[in-house]
Structures are given as structure tokens and as C-alpha cells.
Design a protein around this ligand. Sequence first.
Ligand SMILES: [Zn+2]
Length: 109
Amino acid sequence: MSNPIGHQGEAAMGLMKKLSSLFTGSPKDNSFWISVKCGRCGEIIRTRVDLNNDLSAEYGEGEGETTYFCRKVLIGKKGCYVPIEVELRFDAHRNLVEKRVKGGKFMED
Ligand SMILES: [Zn+2]
């Protein structure tokens, strides 16, 4: 015999898990953090890149050649105010393929 109450309970748990993952900022929510170090004062500045909202599409010649681009200008809070320009490029599947920074460097490098 099936147990409909138990099944409903499981479905509710699954939904709760989905909802909580939307708010905790896990890597699956299509955003990630980048950290750059200011080339002048050494301050580490972190910023969130939202793959759904921060990317601009650049359309290629044919189908499937769409790439995405994201540019951010980061300014530290410790007083040197040197803008750090971050440029990110993504392929059609929104995988990061190239990153550049002016005025600082990426922490992972
Ligand atoms: Zn600085």
C-alpha cells in the first residue's frame, strides 16, 4: 500500500530545499564571487557576478555564437579610491572563458 501522506511530506521537503538554495547564494544560483586586490593600497575587494543579471549578450555571426560580457568597476572603501576595472567574458553556456583586471589583480592568480 502506498502512503500518500509520506509522499506529500517528501515533496514539501524538496520544495523547501529549493527555496532555501535561492537565498543562501550557493554556486548553483548562477552567481559567483570574484576577489581583486587593489594595485595601489592592497585592499581586497569582493564583488558578486550574477550570471542572470550582470551579463550583456554579444551576438556573433551565426547561431550559437553568442558570448557574454561583464564589466565592473570596483572602488575600495579604505580611501585610495582607485577604480579597478574587471572584465569577464563568457561563452554561450555562460562559462567564464577570459578575465582581465586593470588597476589590481585577481586574488586567485
Ligand atoms: Zn586601493
